[in-house]
Design a protein around this ligand. Structure first.
Ligand code: GDP
Length: 420
């Protein structure tokens, strides 16, 4: 299969990093096309934990070429710190990791702006400066990677940005950086980044023409999409399938789209969450699933699987297959619930509501499944306990998409592909 995309179908943190790492073993190119360092993809290999925010998770396989395309809000600080962890692990990345010339840069100013917005409005972001970076792109004030190499443009942009943003920062009692500090930060980044800068769309075009295996790594999830998600509790880009072509900079249609979902639901920060469990069950899921953000370490809110939200996500992301993660996390539970519909008053909703004030009021209607016990060490999909297979068949039937595999632990090998 020439082009495969991996996208999250929930509110992110579904375990995409692990699947990308597994699929990357057979890929020639692994490509990030959206989002920024607010995404955190965790890969665990032989007990060693890697968290990637900017660099594609496929970098651990040394035959892949990894591309960070123009749709990514490129955070140089995060990039250089990830390079350092690769270096420490002895993973060679020279001449196989390229950054788009057209990607917009997350500047230190953007992180301060996030902090200011949080202080003034309490919007609760990851404070990685991603929202302000994308906003500046739309305002046509942004600094792109290529602009680092044109001092006249760079000077003018920095001047304008400081003029526009300083009053907001001061209002939040944050001292704006000086022009000289910001300019020399950019000069330093320009120097250290230069050997990675490339025409990533051109590289992808050639890869497509040569029939190379391309793996597109989605970040976050459909329910966090700026247009389709639970607005305004969303991210500032299109992290799922509809962001692929614009994020890559060429028209690229994957033949296989793998929609990743956890067998329960989590979300970080505020926003409606109909199946949330605030008591013991939620605590058990958080503890067993290690549900603490890879980017901020914030505890994730936990609850049961939400099929109305997933049906809606499938409509948007159009997965050809599903990949269900963390079956091992539910192992302790005797009963497992799945929300199959929402009710409001005496009405059962047939559509996922666009109005979040409605979503906040819905009551989940659950179907109960028997627990499946321990799944660690199961060696084939068909050998999963019958209760787990029944649960997966129900998801498949409800979403109308085949389950192509599952994950039963955090290690690289704890992944079961379904043989057809
Ligand atoms: P991503 O952003 O979608 O890549 O997800 P994260 O990396 O933020 O979160 C997924 C977390 O779950 C990581 O710590 C993974 O190592 C872990 N993980 C992935 N699959 C499984 C699984 O099947 N079982 C368990 N217990 N952990 C898993």
């Amino acid at each position: 299969m020439a082009v495969t995309a991996v996208v999250g179908l929930q509110w992110g943190d579904e375990g995409k990093g692990k699947l990308v790492d597994a699929l990357a073993a057979r890929a020639d190119y692994v490509v990030r096309y959206a989002s920024g360092s607010n995404a955190g993809h965790t890969v665990i290999v032989n007990g060693r934990r890697f968290v990637f925010h900017i660099i594609p998770s496929g970098i651990l396989h040394e035959r892949t070429t990894c591309l960070v395309c123009r749709g990514v809000a490129f955070d140089p600080e995060s990039f250089f710190s990830e390079l350092k962890s690769l270096q420490e692990a002895g993973i060679a990345y020279e001449n196989r990791l390229w950054i788009s010339r057209r990607a917009h840069l997350v500047l230190p100013l953007h992180k301060l702006e996030d902090e200011a917005l949080d202080r003034l409005l309490g919007i609760g972001t990851t404070k990685r400066g991603v929202g302000p970076c994308y906003a500046d792109r739309a305002y046509r004030l942004g600094v792109r990677v290529i602009d680092l190499y044109c001092p006249t443009t760079l000077r003018q942009r920095i001047r304008t940005l400081l003029e526009v943003k300083s009053p907001l920062l001061r209002k939040a009692q944050i001292e704006p950086p000086s022009f000289d500090d910001l300019f020399s930060w950019c000069e330093d980044v320009a120097r250290r980044l230069q050997r990675f800068v490339a025409d990533t769309a051109g590289i992808l075009q050639k890869a497509l023409s040569s029939g190379a295996e391309i793996l597109l790594e989605g970040a976050q999830g459909v329910m966090l999409d700026i247009d389709h998600g639970t607005y305004p509790y969303v991210t500032s880009c299109h992290p799922a399938t509809d962001g692929i072509s614009s994020g890559c900079g060429i028209n690229i249609v994957p033949q296989r789209v793998i929609g990743v979902l956890k067998c329960y639901t989590t979300r970080v920060g505020a926003g409606p969450f109909p199946t949330e469990e605030k008591g013991d069950i939620g605590e058990t899921l958080r503890r067993r699933g290690g549900e603490f953000g890879a980017t901020t370490s914030r505890p994730r809110r936990c609850g049961w699987l939400d099929l109305p939200a997933l049906k809606y996500a499938c409509r948007i992301a159009a997965p050809t297959h599903l990949f269900v993660t963390k079956l091992d996390v539910l192992a302790e539970l005797e009963k497992i619930k799945v929300c199959s519909a929402y009710r409001i008053g005496s009405d059962v909703l047939t559509e996922f509501p666009a109005d979040i004030s409605v979503l906040e009021k819905v009551e989940p209607l659950f179907r109960e499944f028997c627990g499946w016990g321990d799944v660690k060490g199961v060696e084939a999909f068909s050998r999963l306990p019958s209760q787990a297979l029944e649960f997966l068949a129900f998801i498949e039937e409800e979403l109308g998409v085949e389950v192509g595999g599952v994950s039963v632990g955090s290690e690289r090998m704890e992944l079961l592909e379904r043989q057809t």
